[in-house]
Every structure is written in C-alpha cells, then in structure tokens.
Design a protein around this ligand. Structure first.
Ligand code: DGT
Ligand code: MG
Ligand code: MG
Ligand code: MG
Ligand code: MG
Length: 300
C-alpha cells in the first residue's frame, strides 16, 4: 500500500453516521421547480407527465436500493424511507443522501425524453442544458414507527391541503376568468369546505373525483400480493435459484406466530418476486400498513 507524506490530509475528513436503529428518511426536492415548471410548460397545477416522471425516477431508486422500504412523492419532492435495520454505507449520511439524489436525478433526466415528449398531449419541451433539473436532499432519523408514520402523514396532509388550494386557485383563473391576484384574494381566509363549495357550485367540479395521484400523492413500494402468489406457486417447485436484491432480515423477530415454517418459505419465494409498484393511496390511516406488514418488519 503506497503511503505518501500527503496521507495526513485524510484526518480532515469527517463522517456523520446516522443514528443506529432509527428510520432514515431521505427527502429530495426539485431545485427551482417553480421556474423549471414554467420553462418546460408543465400543465397547472398538476402535469401528469411531470408527476409520472417523478414516479419513474423514484421507482428506479427503490428498485436499486433494496434497503428502501417505501417512497412517497408529491409535487417536486420524494421521501425515501430506509428500514431502521439498514447498515447501507455504514449509515454514512453523506454517502446515503448523495447516492439517492444522484440516482434519482439520473433516472429523471434519462426518463425525461419519454415522459416529456411521448406522454400525454405533447407540448412539453425536451429536457435541455438550458434548464437542467437538479435536486437537493436531506436525511432525517425518526426513532419510532409512530414518528415515521407521522412524518408520512405530514407529507400527505400537505399534499391534500396544497392540491385543494391549487385546484381551486387554477380553476378560478382558468375557468372563472380571474387574474391570479383576484383568485388569491378570493381564497384568502377560506377553509377546505369553502374551496370544495366553490369548485362544486361554480364549476360543477366534485373535488372527490379529482385524480387520486393529485389528491393523495404517490407511494412506491414492493407489493408482494402474498395470497395470490402463494397459490399460484403451489406445486411449482422449480428449484431455480432466484436472485434477490432484498434485505435479508435477521432471524426470529416480527414473524407472526401463526405462520408455519413451510408457509414462511413460500412467503419468502412469493416476496422475492415482488414488483415495485406505484399506488395513490392513503398512508395516514392504518389499513395500508396493516395489509403490508413487510414494510415495518423489513421481512423478507
Ligand atoms: P426550491 O425547492 O426552494 O429550490 O424552489 P421550488 O421552486 O422548487 O419550490 P418548491 O419545491 O417549494 O415548490 C415546487 C414548485 O414546483 C412549485 O412552484 C410548483 C412546481 N410544480 C411541481 N409540480 C408541478 C406540476 O405538476 N405542474 C406545475 N405547473 N408546477 C409544478
Ligand atoms: Mg424547497
Ligand atoms: Mg423544489
Ligand atoms: Mg417542493
Ligand atoms: Mg470511489
């Protein structure tokens, strides 16, 4: 090993290690997307091409980093949740954050042509050096499952509040002929009931019928569809070695006692086939989580 007299400079390096046994959330956010969304002529307030591109990039991130149990995205942001048991990069903060940000950005840029040009009605510009999409990122540790759940609730409530406001605001402008200043004035001091009422009585829009992706944001995770996969695999022991990029959790915890060993094996197989899916569902209530115990347990 070459050892030069300059090696000592390594002593200036500092590593921040994220607190062990905590849920790590890396949130990335588009830099200056207010300007960028105008430059690329995103539809207001929601451009499905732009949101699908965000989901496409998030899917890549979740697929390529198995320690991530779930991503939640809205507008120009995505939160990625690492299972608390992760030891990825020895939990070095810089390495984790920069890896997520650059993986996301690379996938966003490369997917740009497909999603901007081919999807939808067109009209969007091709991504160019004139205005490159870039993202910032941060990592936060949450010590308990409830803290993590509240974090995701916070983002989803934010999504709802912003979307109801933006939908009403842009309807007043686009269909009601108001200027942006007038619409802003009009909405000052209104509560959500008022906005629902404006949409319904003036424009015949039932907010409940707005696309789920706009109202709830996007959740990206591994869906195992256990029952279905298990019954389909019954009697189909191929013995084929299956590649798995998933976290291999430690033995002996969080396995429901009612599940037998053979059943557990079958579940494992089924779970290895997991597809990363995007769903626009409620993550505030418990149902989503109860139906998918592997998200909390990290198993398989
Ligand atoms: P930042 O994050 O401090 O660098 O600045 P911005 O401009 O990215 O601000 P931010 O992240 O608070 O707000 C996101 C902006 O992105 C907001 O101006 C709306 C815009 N945006 C996100 N998704 C869409 C979309 O689907 N359509 C349109 N028209 N705009 C969008
Ligand atoms: Mg920001
Ligand atoms: Mg932003
Ligand atoms: Mg944002
Ligand atoms: Mg290197």
């Amino acid at each position: 090993m070459a050892n030069s007299k300059y090696e000592y400079v390594r002593n200036f390096e500092r590593e921040e290690i994220l607190l062990p046994n905590t849920w790590i959330v890396v949130r990335i956010d588009g830099r200056g997307f207010h300007k960028l969304s105008n430059f690329y002529a995103f539809a207001k307030p929601n451009d499905p091409r732009a949101l699908h591109l965000m989901n496409h990039a998030a899917t890549y991130v979740v697929q390529s980093i198995p320690d991530i149990i779930l991503g939640y995205g809205v507008s120009d942001e995505y939160s990625f949740v690492f299972h608390r048991s992760t030891t990825l990069f020895e939990r070095r903060k810089d390495k984790i954050v920069t890896t997520v940000v650059s993986a996301f950005t690379a996938a966003y840029v490369l997917g740009g042509d497909e999603y901007f040009v081919k999807e939808g009605e067109g009209g969007g510009k091709v991504l160019s050096m004139e205005m490159l999409p870039t993202f910032d990122g941060r990592a936060v540790c949450y010590p308990t499952w409830e803290n993590l759940r509240d974090y995701l609730r916070w983002r989803q409530v934010d999504c709802h509040i912003n979307n109801l406001y933006n939908t009403t605001f842009w309807t007043l402008v686009q269909q009601g002929g108001m200027t942006q200043t007038e619409a802003e004035e009009h909405l000052k001091g209104t509560v959500s009931g008022d906005k629902n009422e404006i949409l319904w009585s003036r424009f015949g829009i039932n907010y409940n019928n707005e696309p789920e992706m706009y109202k709830k944001g996007s959740v990206v995770f591994r869906e195992y569809a256990l029952e279905e996969s298990i019954s389909r695999n019954e009697g189909q022991e191929t013995g084929k070695a299956e590649e798995s990029a998933e976290i291999d959790g430690e033995e002996g915890s969080a396995v429901p006692a009612v599940v037998s060993k053979t059943q557990m094996e079958k579940q494992r197989k089924a779970r290895r086939k997991a597809k990363v899916v995007t769903r626009h569902v409620d993550v505030i209530k418990d149902d989503f989580w109860i139906q998918r115990p592997w998200l909390q347990s990290g198993k398989p």
